[in-house]
Design a protein around this ligand. Structure first.
Ligand SMILES: [Zn+2]
Length: 334
């Protein structure tokens, strides 16, 4: 038994939480300076609006934001809500990983992995960019994670996974380019997939990807549907929503089967088929429409949402619950 195990759990937990908040504070700096390409270590924190250097007590994670009521102490301009959110998220995730895996090497690696996950999600949501170095570090950390046998796969599977993840995303992106003249996913998404493939291996990466698409659909429906209703020509959002409804209906057919009402089951299948055909026609006409616009050199706006955050949320779920998800899928198939 080592000395740390003698300490009360609450004591270690509060240390882990405070450490998470501080790391979150550093993470904000990494994100901000990554986007503005500044030096991370050698310049001190400044207010981005008035350039005044912050005093130490204005730099306390979470607390400073609360005491300053979200405003800069010098110029009273608003401080972005991103700062406290990232700090709190980092603190909570550090705590959750500690409770899930205890004080261990695995915990340390997962802390680093989630540090990178949050960094990439924020840059993707804020400016739709993934900073290359974040993705490369994720890939190296993922390979090391497997090399040290901390995950479920060995180093060879990890290497294959990284290659597979990158190639699959590039292939999907280019299929989109062939169909409608615009990459379906950004270059950054392929880089994220490189790292995720290294962490999960190719088999589980497929599950992560499927879950990402599901999460993306759930988030995209309200936004894309709203855009479609505003812009009558754009039916893509509605189609997207309908496809999603059909998938949910297909999952619910388990429930219907329990009722064992054949007529009910048959009408559901017909209903879903009609919806899917209608959605497909809409999507095809939308693609044709975009192609015409590109041919006329008009500016084409695809209502794309960043896919990176969906992938990273799916990965988060899979890191903690992959066995449960696998057994759910197996149950569903059989
Ligand atoms: Zn200021």
């Amino acid at each position: 038994m080592n000395d740390l195990e003698l300490l009360p759990v609450g004591f270690i937990a509060s240390y882990v939480f405070i450490l998470g908040l501080c790391v979150g504070s550093f993470l904000n700096v990494v994100i901000l300076r990554g986007l503005s390409k500044e030096d991370i270590v050698f310049s001190r924190s400044k207010c981005p609006k008035c350039n005044n250097q912050l005093k130490w007590y204005m730099n306390i994670p979470l607390l400073s934001y609360i005491f300053l009521r979200g405003k800069c102490a010098f110029c009273k301009c608003k401080i972005s809500i991103q700062y406290p959110i990232v700090e709190l998220l980092c603190g909570l995730i550090f705590l959750f990983i500690y409770f899930s895996f205890g004080l261990s090497l695995k915990m340390l690696f997962l802390w680093i992995i989630f540090f990178l996950f949050i960094a990439m999600s924020v840059t993707d949501i804020k400016e739709m960019v993934i900073i290359d170095i974040h993705a490369y570090i994720l890939c190296v950390v993922g390979l090391l994670y497997s090399f040290l046998n901390l995950g479920d796969i060995n180093i060879i599977q990890s290497l294959i996974g990284a290659f597979f993840g990158f190639v699959v995303m590039e292939a999907l992106a280019n299929i989109g380019k062939l169909l409608c003249g615009c990459r379906m996913f950004g270059e950054g998404d392929s880089l994220i997939a490189l790292g995720l493939g290294a962490i999960f291996g190719y088999k589980s990466f497929i599950i992560v990807l499927a879950l990402s698409i599901l999460i993306q659909s759930i988030c995209a429906i309200p936004i894309l549907s709203y855009n479609s209703f505003k812009d009558k020509k754009n039916k893509l959002g509605v189609s997207y929503a309908l496809v999603f409804v059909s998938i949910i209906a297909l999952i619910l057919n388990n429930v219907i089967e329990l009722i064992e009402n054949e007529l009910c089951y048959l009408s559901l299948v017909i209903f879903i088929s009609i919806i899917l055909i209608w959605a497909l026609i809409n999507i095809l006409s939308e693609i044709k429409n975009k192609k015409n616009l590109i041919a006329k050199n008009e500016e084409v706006k695809f209502n794309l949402l960043p896919f990176g955050p969906a992938m990273l949320i799916a990965s988060t779920i899979c890191i903690f619950y992959l066995p449960q998800i696998k057994s759910f899928i197996l149950n569903y198939i059989s």
